[in-house]
Ligand binder design. Structure first.
Ligand SMILES: [Zn+2]
Length: 197
């Protein structure tokens, strides 16, 4: 079985602010007991923070007795980076201007899920942004352009940013957790949870 990961990305922090924002985030997660302060080699192959005494605060309430010994660490990432689905492919995606859905999974199309040209353009924009380019993506339906981070996602979400948190092998995060992080930092966040398209 592969490793399962979930992420939350600050989509407003600039490259210059990133290190300071990551420090605030780390302190807040430690204060709330979501993670322990020490960093060990626990985020698969990277340094990370083990679950703290109050790690349940980050999880969906429906989780019954999750065992922290079966969970890996939390990695706080600084630097220009793409966050992609923890499972499966990217898509479907919805244009923020016209609400058209691309790459929708249906019985007829499920072999081609991810082959939708609009999804391809979103993936290309993510690659461009990581190389320092623009993340604007033009909609094939209505012709308007929007930043990759403003597109809405179904099962397989993508986002780009300079500060992110990745939870390795944690049970599903609470739906409101990204919102709590957003309130703390005063920045807009994106997470990989499926949105209702
Ligand atoms: Zn559109």
């Amino acid at each position: 079985m592969g490793d399962y990961f979930q992420w939350i990305v600050d989509v407003e922090a600039t490259e210059v602010q990133a290190a300071e924002v990551a420090d605030r985030l780390r302190r807040w997660l430690v204060e709330r007991g979501v993670i322990v302060p020490e960093e060990t080699l626990c985020a698969i192959s990277s340094p990370g923070h083990r679950p703290g005494p109050n790690f349940l605060a980050a999880l969906d309430e429906s989780e019954v007795d999750p065992n922290p010994d079966h969970m890996d660490g939390v990695e706080i990432q600084v630097g220009r980076r793409l966050f992609y689905p923890g499972q499966g492919e990217v898509g479907p995606a919805e244009c923020p201007a016209c609400d058209h859905t691309f790459g929708e999974l249906t019985f007829e199309t499920f072999d081609q899920w991810g082959d939708d040209p609009q999804i391809g353009e979103l993936v290309a924009a993510a690659g461009r942004w990581v190389e320092g380019g623009s993340a604007e993506v033009r909609c094939r339906e209505c012709g308007s352009s929007a930043h990759l981070n403003d597109w809405r996602w179904g099962y397989g979400a993508m986002a780009v940013g300079h500060v992110g948190i990745t939870f390795w092998n944690w049970p599903p995060l609470a739906e409101g957790f990204a919102h709590a992080v957003s309130n703390e930092l005063g920045h807009r966040m994106r997470d990989g949870l499926p949105q209702k398209l």
